[in-house]
Design a protein around this ligand. Structure first.
Ligand code: COA
Length: 272
């Protein structure tokens, strides 16, 4: 599918991806690299980042990583500095690092709620803020990895629904504030994606067929399908897209969250 795009779409541009060591964020990094971008990654786990960086370099672009937990503003600042020192200022920055677990609201501890808010929302803010000067230099753009929870509530996702709604309002606010400076901000909202940690966790609650049946297209997304749309959003092809939530979920959001809610609630035992 990516063959339909010019291999030079992002040639010579620099892309930073938080949480880029695995999953959807790595798929976004790979899509950008396949389209010519040099890539900087940050994440918590050095082993994953090393492997991911090597895979990106194998695509013929420059790649670098820095270990940073997005909850730590100083570490995020330093990761963006490392990226700029090796590659030059960033043209696009993905606020992708996220955490999730399924739990009924009455069982989520204050620390558990805070962990997800801090990773998803505060972490996204840290990455956006740390990249501001670089993006101003390049007239670059931000891409937030949001979720369907930002638009409609899902049971056992009180913390994530709150955090993702915040992420999208942060995105919209930056689109207003930084748009006049030439910096675009957008969100991508992936539906269920095969081969991710999020789907592994969902599979513990119900059969994969149950989840796939909620998607009008009848299947999960492939990682590269999310990566491709993300790369286009960060490219000049999307030069007039600012403040948008781009849903890439096979139409799942059109039918609401009730099927998900029923599957999760019926999988939960009364003592859960
Ligand atoms: N149900 C209820 N609470 C849970 C939980 C679960 N399944 N998993 C974690 N928590 C709680 C912990 O009990 C802890 O709270 P406590 O101190 O009151 O006991 C709190 O969350 C923080 O957990 P901890 O593991 O110490 O934090 P962490 O910073 O290492 O991990 C998480 C953050 C919780 C988001 C973890 O799930 C994570 O690292 N996820 C990253 C990967 C991921 O989620 N990928 C999917 C993205 S869609």
């Amino acid at each position: 599918m990516r063959d339909l795009l010019s291999k030079d779409l992002l040639r010579g541009r620099n892309v930073f991806v938080s949480g880029g060591g695995s999953g959807v964020n790595l798929a976004i990094a790979q899509a950008c690299a396949e389209l010519g971008a040099n890539v900087a990654l940050c994440g918590r786990t050095e082993a994953k980042l090393k492997l991911a960086t090597a895979a990106l370099e194998a695509l013929g672009v420059e790649a670098v990583y820095a270990v940073a937990d997005v909850r730590d503003a100083v570490a995020v600042d330093s990761a963006l500095e490392v990226a700029a020192r090796h590659l030059g200022p960033m043209d696009a920055v993905v606020c992708g690092a996220a955490g999730n677990f399924l739990a009924p609201a009455e069982r989520i501890s204050s620390n558990g709620f805070r962990a997800v808010m801090d990773i998803d929302l505060l972490g996204s803010f840290h990455v956006a803020k740390a990249s501001f000067e670089q993006l101003r230099t390049t007239a670059g753009n931000l891409l937030f990895v949001s979720g369907g929870q930002s638009q409609m509530p899902f049971v056992h996702q009180a913390h994530v629904s709150a955090a993702k709604a915040g992420v999208d309002q942060l995105m919209r606010t930056l689109a207003l504030e930084w748009g006049p400076l030439g910096i675009r901000s957008n969100s991508i909202i992936p539906g269920p994606v095969s081969g991710t940690e999020g789907m592994r966790r969902l599979a513990e609650t119900a059969d994969a067929d149950v989840w796939a049946g909620m998607v009008p297209l009848g299947r999960f997304a492939r990682l590269e399908e999310i990566g491709t749309i993300a790369a286009i959003l960060m490219s000049p092809l999307a030069a007039f897209v600012n403040g948008a939530q781009i849903v890439v979920d096979g139409g799942m959001s059109l039918s609401g969250s009730s099927a998900f809610n029923q599957a999760v609630l019926s999988a939960a035992t009364p003592s859960d």
